[in-house]
Design a protein around this ligand. Structure first.
Ligand code: 5AD
Length: 346
């Protein structure tokens, strides 16, 4: 089928998605980008949602082959922020006018169930913000406790929908469990975020098409589509990043497949290309997650090296991001930016 005909279909098949991801002709790629931008405008409008992120611990129990935080990486300086530091970063996010706080860490059970619960409670009492958790796989009891404490969303990327590759990259974890956790989180009432990496070793275009189909099947509220970036001190340090265009084609296809899901222009996209974020926002993305992890910790949260990493103050950086967003004719949302799916249901 021709590209234009695929772009006019309501429900894309695996073959359709694969066709879009494989496009090479510049004119056809432009058609894909244009359609994605139209779908974004129709389902999400012109608002861009900001989420302030606090990376409060880079300790990790897992040993994922692609990730700089993997426990075997003994070159990384490890840190844990104190509760006071976490709350003062949360205040900085709130003071900047951002209405979602993302608490992210490696899989670090040093932060126990109750400690996380109390942090959620403090944030929800002090500030008028949504709270997203991104702490990896924890127990089902923990998820329940944190939901009851007021957490709104959980981000747990499926990373790859290919069962064999999943087991190879993650060793101690399985795709089945990951999907089970996502379904349980959804059942508890969390808005769920998933997503995948693009350009991992041995991954094929068909695998990426499956990633988008899995996000559709899970009916995710948010899908984070990020390029793989080689990280030193990991087994994949010599593997290359995907081209920016491959990442943009995937984001654009994700927008067309997922319609109203939130899609961030990720930090990895801006580590791949200085204009990555802006390019992402032009082809379907509607979320940006400014990093509020304070110095010196921010530099140690090195999942992958970021050649554009700045020491600029988070508030100033957010202002620059805001100006970039407005220059695209878009505006910053003043709301908490809940799932657009829930809005339709309400
Ligand atoms: N490049 C890009 N993203 C990565 N992540 C882990 N390693 C890399 C990498 N090398 C992402 C994964 C994971 C999160 C901790 O960071 O998607 O969800």
């Amino acid at each position: 089928m021709k590209t234009a005909a695929i772009l006019n279909k309501n429900q894309l098949s695996k073959d359709d998605i694969t066709h879009l991801l494989m496009l090479q002709d510049e004119h056809e790629i432009e058609l894909l980008y244009k359609k994605a931008d139209e779908v974004r405008k129709k389902y999400c409008g012109d608002e861009v949602h900001l989420r302030g992120i606090i990376e409060f611990s880079n300790y990790c129990e897992q040993d994922c082959l692609y990730c700089g935080l993997r426990k075997s990486n003994n070159k990384l300086k490890r840190y844990r922020m104190s509760v006071d530091e976490i709350l003062s970063s949360a205040k900085a996010i709130h003071d900047t006018g951002i209405r979602t706080i993302v608490l992210q860490s490696g899989e670090d059970i040093y932060f126990g169930s109750e400690e996380i619960r109390d942090i959620i409670k403090s944030i929800k009492t002090k500030f008028n913000t949504a709270v997203t958790l991104s702490l990896g796989e924890r127990s089902f009891e923990d998820y329940k406790m944190w939901k009851d404490a007021g957490a709104d969303r959980y981000l747990l990327k499926h990373e790859t929908a290919n069962v064999k590759l999943y087991s190879m990259y993650h060793q101690a974890q399985s795709l089945r469990d990951r999907i089970g956790h996502l379904l349980y989180l959804k059942k508890l009432g969390y808005q769920i975020g998933s997503g995948n990496l693009i350009g991992l070793p041995f991954q094929t275009i068909e695998d990426i098409a499956e990633d988008l189909l899995l996000c559709r099947e899970l009916d995710v509220d948010m899908a984070s589509i990020s390029p793989f970036i080689p990280s030193p001190y990991t087994p994949y340090k010599h593997h290359q990043s995907p081209a920016l265009t491959d990442t943009l084609k995937t984001i654009a296809s994700a927008r067309i497949v997922l319609k109203d899901a939130h899609i961030p222009a990720t930090a990895a996209l801006s580590a791949l290309d200085e204009k990555g974020r802006e390019r992402g926002l032009r082809v379907g993305a509607n979320v940006v997650m400014p990093n509020f992890t304070p110095a010196p910790y921010k530099a140690y949260y090195e999942i992958y090296p970021n050649k554009y990493l700045t020491t600029e103050d988070p508030v100033k950086r957010t202002l620059r991001i805001t100006a970039m967003i407005e220059s695209l004719g878009r505006r910053i949302s003043a709301s908490q930016g809940d799932s657009l799916k829930q809005k339709v249901l309400a």
